[in-house]
Design a protein around this ligand. Structure first.
Ligand code: C5P
Length: 305
């Protein structure tokens, strides 16, 4: 019997994020193209002889993550236990590499990691569709963190269909000095739209074609994010970050999700390395990272008996 399981879970960027009107339940209907990148948090869940679940968080931005029952990974543990009736108390250990409140679904990744780790530790063997439904109750981006790869998300982002994607893409991430609240970015979008009729969101055919063809030039031109305008309103310094990436010859430049992380598409690994070095020197962001995608979804990295 395993005593602990470690799961690695990727961050995401949104290659397209088309946002429809505000729904009665406070969410927005979306059409989005999620893309997992090889920047991963690690979630270890261990059996623990204690009176309650406990969590510790270390790594990038750990101080900003709640280390109590409100932690999304802890909510995932309780949700799986309630759903299956299995499992004793656990010790959850989260090692963060995905920046917090950065538009890269780091919290969602930790929830997905905890679901996969507990499923393995407790032997619940929940079918993928049921695990995904449980994930959707925890947050709109959690099902994609389970799936990984590249996928179209509809509804509030939880209804997924994988996109055929042959190539590996090289991305440069520019981390901002500070975070953005996702609900505030959506609210600001509604305010910018000022009650004007908002059409139903539509998938970009050009983006899907570019992915099928594995053509970074076309992909760069087809990137789009309706949350970019409100993110720029709330965080005007990002204009400079995006402009610097464009001027340095990136194939596409976009705010990731609700921001404030910006991402840039490079031609290849060499171009990504040079973009990373130059953006780092330009003084337009807090720090820079190079990643590739698509990356696998939440997967077991280690088991300890
Ligand atoms: O689902 P999640 O808890 O991650 O969503 C956080 C917030 O983002 C929601 O409370 C809502 O304000 C906003 N949101 C939205 N429409 C979506 C997804 C998220 O308005 N499709």
């Amino acid at each position: 019997m395993n005593q602990s399981v470690t799961v690695r879970v990727p961050a995401k960027i949104n290659l397209q994020l088309a946002v429809g009107p505000l729904r009665a339940d406070g969410y927005h209907d979306l059409v989005t193209v999620f893309h997992a990148v090889d920047l991963c948090d690690e979630v270890t869940v261990a059996r623990a002889d204690q009176d309650a679940d406990r969590v510790t968080v270390s790594g990038v931005g750990a101080g900003q993550v709640p280390a109590d029952g409100d932690n999304l990974a802890m909510r995932a543990v309780r949700a799986l236990r309630a759903r299956t009736g299995l499992g004793g108390n656990v010790q959850v250990q989260i090692t963060k590499r995905i920046p917090v409140a950065a538009g890269m679904a780091g919290g969602s990744a930790d929830a997905a990691g905890a679901l996969v780790a507990c499923d393995e530790l407790w032997g619940t063997a929940l079918p993928a569709a049921e695990l995904s439904a449980l994930a959707a109750q925890l947050g709109s981006d959690v099902p994609f963190a389970l799936l990984g790869g590249t996928a179209v998300g509809r509804g509030r982002g939880e209804q997924l269909s994988p996109v055929e994607s042959t190539a590996t893409y090289h991305w440069v991430l520019a981390y901002a000095d500070g975070g953005l609240s996702t609900p505030l970015v959506y609210k600001t979008l509604d305010q910018l739209r000022d009650g004007r009729g908002v059409p139903a969101p539509e998938l970009s055919g050009e983006l899907v074609e570019a992915l099928r063809a594995g053509d970074p030039l076309r992909l760069g031109r087809a990137l789009g994010n309706d949350l970019q305008a409100p993110a720029l309103t709330l965080f005007p310094a990002l204009n400079e970050t995006l402009e610097a990436g464009r001027a340095l010859g990136s194939l596409g430049a976009l705010v990731s999700g609700s921001g404030p992380t910006c991402f840039f598409l490079a031609r290849d690994a060499e171009h990504a390395a040079s973009l990373t070095a130059q953006l780092g020197k330009a003084g337009v962001c807090q720090s820079v990272a190079t990643v590739t995608g698509p990356a696998a979804g939440a997967s077991v990295a280690d088991r300890r008996a």
